[in-house]
Design a protein around this ligand. Structure first.
Ligand code: NI
Length: 255
């Protein structure tokens, strides 16, 4: 069975067939899904999804591009969501300098605050980091993130950055981008990352793998990513699926 460690099934792209799709997963080889919040509203929706679907767990957090209006009251709300039974991580949180908003310093403040919340609640973190490798590593070191644990999702950096992340005992999330023709740097990095530290993710509805690039993504596309990973590492598809499933359970501390 496949474990999708990062999905956004609360997204409106799934309004037409959400229940049907999620109900079908156990019959399509998708064993478990972690739905990830990116704002207070989507974190609330994530909690709802975990209550409705047995195989859906959740993460709650505010994405770096959404922290511009974040308040102390939002942190109180997040803490409440995080105490719900099937919430297994704080995320997605981090730094995203691609859109240049909000200000870097504001992003850093809320990244640190949410990491501290995770530490206090003993939950792992899901880090979103785009065009911000050095600052992400610096803040992870500064907050002793290796004691918190978690995953750097949709990894897009070099093998050198991967090594630093692995040194802090984090997992690395790999998704559809691995199948893209222009993903040479990522393929190189993946060669160096031990399978024991890789988890599969869709980030759906975004980042659909080849041959479905550009279409709505879902966990049903993860076999394409697992197949690509097996090819790069010269191992069987079954080994990729089984190992990454166990990695994901260890990452989210699911018994
Ligand atoms: Ni995401």
């Amino acid at each position: 069975m496949i474990f999708d460690t990062h999905a956004h099934y609360d997204d409106e792209a799934f309004d037409i067939d959400r229940d049907e799709l999620l109900d079908s997963f156990p019959f399509s080889g998708i064993g478990m899904v972690v739905n990830v919040g990116a704002s207070i509203a989507t974190s609330r929706n994530t909690v709802e999804l975990t209550k409705r679907f047995p195989n859906v767990y959740g993460a709650v957090g505010v994405h770096p591009n959404e922290v511009g209006t974040m308040t102390a009251a939002d942190m109180v709300q997040l803490r409440q969501f995080a105490m719900e039974e099937k919430i297994v991580a704080i995320g997605e949180i981090g730094l995203d300098y691609y859109y240049r908003e909000p200000d870097k310093e504001i992003q850093k403040v809320w990244f640190i605050k949410q990491m501290e919340l995770a530490r206090e609640l003993k939950l792992p973190i899901i880090i979103h980091s785009r065009d911000a490798a050095q600052d992400t590593l610096d803040l992870m070191k500064q907050t002793y993130a290796e004691e918190i644990g978690g995953v750097v999702h949709c990894f897009s950096y070099s093998k050198e950055i991967a090594k630093e992340i692995l040194d802090m005992n984090f997992y690395i999330g790999i998704g559809g981008v691995l199948t893209f023709k222009n993903a040479k740097k990522l393929k190189e990095a993946v060669m160096d990352i031990p399978l024991e530290r890789i988890v599969l993710e869709t980030d759906c509805p975004y980042l659909s793998p080849e041959p479905n690039r550009g279409k709505r993504n879902s966990s049903l596309n993860l076999p394409y990513v697992a197949e690509q990973l097996a090819q790069i590492k010269g191992i069987s598809y079954e080994e990729v699926v089984e190992t990454t499933y166990n990695n994901a359970k260890a990452l989210y501390r699911i018994k």
